[in-house]
Structures are given as structure tokens and as C-alpha cells.
Design a protein around this ligand. Structure first.
Ligand code: SF4
Length: 263
């Protein structure tokens, strides 16, 4: 029986997001994965993204019989549930739950109007756990949707974003590398990778961004993952302060006080 992401998560593991978090800010990685500190605030973008993602998975699974109206109803239920379990949920000024519920429905209109059905679905929410040479723990994750697109096996990953992704972002993205590496390990071939990005703007936009990785990219990924594990094992977790990193950090107060504790 195929394992789910919940079951593969039970054993010690690395994920793309833990590797990426360390690269963004090792101290934030420490708070989340080593200290397992309480979250000081949760941006609404987190429960929103989870709910939107869950509904797109249903569309992928059920096909065109699943309508935009069904999706909007389900989205409202998921979003409500996700916000209720989020610790210290925060909204920006002039925004609230209803603002984001409506925005999610607007985005679903776009997603459903542009949903491509001209391919065969290979899997939906396929969990993986693969060994990475040199690492003490496997790399785990979940392919949102895998399709056979004109003979090419393609991993599709759903994303919500504040703005459109700039040119070149998909080609540099670590998730596409980590997931393509895992796919090759599981299925013996390098897939095409497609990001389906839905912007959270007033007039939402859907981008389909294709990218491809090579064996050299995989060698670099293995090198990088090993360096991260070695760095974590040293126990040195530096803060990397930047507007991009810190704006939505869930550990801002802890971070401000970290040097006082160490003194
Ligand atoms: S506030 Fe910034 S520097 Fe501090 S842990 Fe968070 S992301 Fe890192």
C-alpha cells in the first residue's frame, strides 16, 4: 500500500522545506526544528495556502465533475478549519477572514477556468521517502499531481503567491530540484517539473512555469544537503536578518532576545 505524507513524516527525515529554511535563516531553522519553539504568530497566508491547495488536490483527483461551485464550498470549510487550528493567527490591516475567503473564491474561478484536462493523471498527492547519499535521514515529500503530458511525465506543484513569479525563479528553485531528484529515485527517470502559481492579487493570475533538472543539478543538491546536515550538526545557528526573511517570521520576539540569553 502507498504511504501517505503523514506516515512518512513519522520517522526522522529531511524535507525540502527544512533544507530551504536552513538556507534562508539557520536561527529560524533552530527555533522550528531543534527547539520546537511555540509559534508567536501565524500569517493567514499559511492556512489560506493549505486550504487552497487541498481544494486543487480534489480537482486533480475528481476531474471535471468537480465544479468551481463545489470547490468554493469546500474551500470555505477547509479555510475555516485551518484558521481555527492556527496559533496566534494574524491578518494585515484592513484584512480579515472574509476578505481571504472571497479572495480564495476569486482565485478558484481562475484556476477552474484554466484547468488543463488534456493529459492523463498518474498520481495525486503521491508521498515519497528516498535516501540521499551521505545523509543520515531520508528526504520526504509529496508530489501534488503527476501527469502524463504528451508522453512526458510531469510533476505539477500548486503554489499561491503574492505576485507573479519573475523569469528564472522556477529554474533556480530548490524544490523543483529536490522533487525531481526524488522522482528519479522512485521512477527511474527525470521528470518535467511544472509550477502552477496562483497570485493572490485583486485580479488573480495563473502562471504555468516549466523547468527541468539534470543529473549535475542532482549532484549539486546532494552536496548542498550534506553541507546543511553537517552545519546543523555543528550546533551553530546564525540569524540572517533581512526584510524578506523576517517579515513573516514566527519567532521574531525570540530572535530579538537570543543574544541576551547567550550573554
Ligand atoms: S526574525 Fe529574521 S533573523 Fe530572526 S529568526 Fe526570524 S528570520 Fe531569522
Amino acid at each position: 500500500m502507498e504511504r501517505t505524507i503523514e506516515t512518512v513524516r513519522e520517522a526522522p527525515h529531511w524535507s525540502y522545506s527544512s533544507l530551504q529554511l536552513f538556507l534562508n535563516c539557520p536561527l529560524r531553522y533552530y527555533f522550528r526544528y531543534v527547539e520546537k519553539a511555540e509559534v508567536e504568530r501565524t500569517s493567514v497566508s499559511l492556512p489560506f495556502g493549505r486550504a487552497f491547495h487541498a481544494v486543487l488536490s480534489l480537482r486533480a483527483e475528481k476531474g471535471s465533475v468537480y465544479s468551481a461551485e463545489d470547490a468554493k464550498e469546500d474551500f470555505a470549510v477547509y479555510f475555516r478549519g485551518e484558521t481555527e487550528v492556527s496559533e496566534n493567527l494574524t491578518y494585515k490591516q484592513d484584512e480579515d477572514y472574509w476578505f481571504w475567503e472571497q479572495r480564495g473564491c476569486d482565485m478558484l474561478e481562475v484556476a477552474f477556468a484554466e484547468w488543463p484536462d488534456d493529459y492523463s493523471v498518474k498520481s495525486v498527492a503521491e508521498a515519497f521517502s528516498v535516501d540521499v547519499p551521505g545523509l543520515s535521514k531520508p528526504l520526504i515529500g509529496e508530489f501534488d499531481l503527476v501527469v502524463n503530458d504528451g508522453g512526458d511525465e510531469t510533476i505539477c506543484d500548486f503554489k499561491t503567491a503574492s505576485t507573479k513569479w519573475p523569469t528564472g525563479k522556477a529554474d533556480r528553485d530548490l524544490q523543483a530540484t529536490a522533487f525531481s531528484f526524488a522522482y528519479q529515485k522512485r521512477h527511474g527517470k527525470i521528470p518535467i517539473f511544472r509550477f502552477d502559481v496562483f497570485t493572490k492579487a485583486k485580479n488573480p493570475v495563473h502562471q504555468q512555469l516549466y523547468t527541468l533538472r539534470t543529473n549535475d543539478d542532482f549532484d549539486r543538491f546532494v552536496y548542498l544537503a550534506n553541507k546543511i546536515e553537517a552545519a546543523v550538526n555543528t550546533g551553530i545557528f546564525l540569524p540572517v536578518e533581512s526584510c524578506m526573511n523576517c517579515a513573516e517570521c514566527a519567532y521574531g520576539d525570540r530572535c530579538k532576545a537570543v543574544h541576551r540569553k547567550a550573554a
